[in-house]
Ligand binder design. Structure first.
Ligand code: IPD
Ligand code: CA
Length: 265
């Protein structure tokens, strides 16, 4: 690992861990949500507190880097590094007290994501990757390497997806999932895009796709899935074919593209 990447990796891990601990430890019993892009798109005070903590820690460690965060951080870079941050991915799960939510921190160097960390505090897992160095999952038992599943039959594949918050977009997403459902083992909608991508890397899902994502949803998770051997369609924030993001075990990637009506990538 290059020493520049190693520095960014250490910072990303420390920041993700601190934000994850804050969200786990300080979740109020009664959590109030405000509407963002639509009445069902929630933001809580904890999303904002986590982003403030992350931006403060990143600014202390690397004051001249850029930062893009879901809750409004948008600082241009004066170096070749920009951080892409989702302080709480899976806000609706967090609001309902479900454990599938994460903190996602990615570092982009010269426009390409090189470091990704996805902390999943309620599961006790921290997924991480550095470009060219593989992907890992750290738990209380230790650190293990990730590997995407060896499945090669779409009909035996467990596929996750997600839905946006605008109802017109959801109607389109519903037709896509209705077409796919008869062709796969089953469908999951877990509620955190960053975690979905890590689970593809961990072989606990065979594929994940979604339209309409933002860079902070996918920046870290896509690198983790790719470094674990999954195939990824498109670069972060630049998904082809109407913004369809796809990560899949290599043995079913082409079948997923075909089933979703995508041009081969
Ligand atoms: C959402 C989650 C969800 C995905 C949505 C995202 P948020 O992010 O990742 O799984 O389906 O498209 O917006 O709002 O919880 O940060
Ligand atoms: Ca998100």
């Amino acid at each position: 690992m290059k020493s520049a990447d190693s520095e960014l990796f250490s910072i990303a891990q420390a920041v993700a861990e601190a934000a994850g601990a804050l969200l786990l430890r300080e979740r109020p019993v009664i959590l109030h949500a405000q509407a963002k892009s639509s009445p069902t798109d929630a933001v809580t005070e904890m999303d904002k507190r986590a982003e403030t903590l992350i931006v403060t820690m990143l600014s202390e460690a690397r004051p001249h880097d850029g930062v893009l965060g879901e809750e409004g951080a948008n600082r241009p870079t004066k170096t070749n590094v920009r951080w892409i941050v989702d302080p709480l991915d899976g806000t609706v799960n967090y609001l309902y007290g479900l454990p599938l939510w994460s903190v996602s921190i990615a570092a982009e160097v010269d426009g390409a994501v090189c470091v990704g960390v996805v902390d999943v505090p309620a599961l006790g897992r921290r997924y991480a990757a550095v470009r060219g160095s593989g992907a890992t999952c750290a738990t209380a038992e230790g650190v293990r390497p990730l590997a995407a599943s060896a499945v090669n039959d779409l009909g035996m594949s467990l596929v996750a997806t997600g839905f946006g918050y605008a109802s017109e977009g959801r109607a389109r997403q519903a037709t896509i999932v209705a077409d796919l459902l008869p062709r796969v083992r089953d469908i999951r909608r877990l509620g955190s895009a960053a975690l979905d991508l890590c689970l593809v890397g961990d072989g606990q899902l065979d594929a994940y796709y979604e339209t309409g994502l933002n860079p902070w949803d996918v920046a870290a998770g896509a690198l983790i899935a790719e470094e674990a051997g999954a195939r990824i369609r498109g670069a972060v924030g630049a998904w082809p074919d109407g913004g369809m993001a796809l990560a899949a075990a290599p043995g079913i990637f082409s079948a997923m593209e075909e089933s979703l009506g995508l041009r081969p990538y």
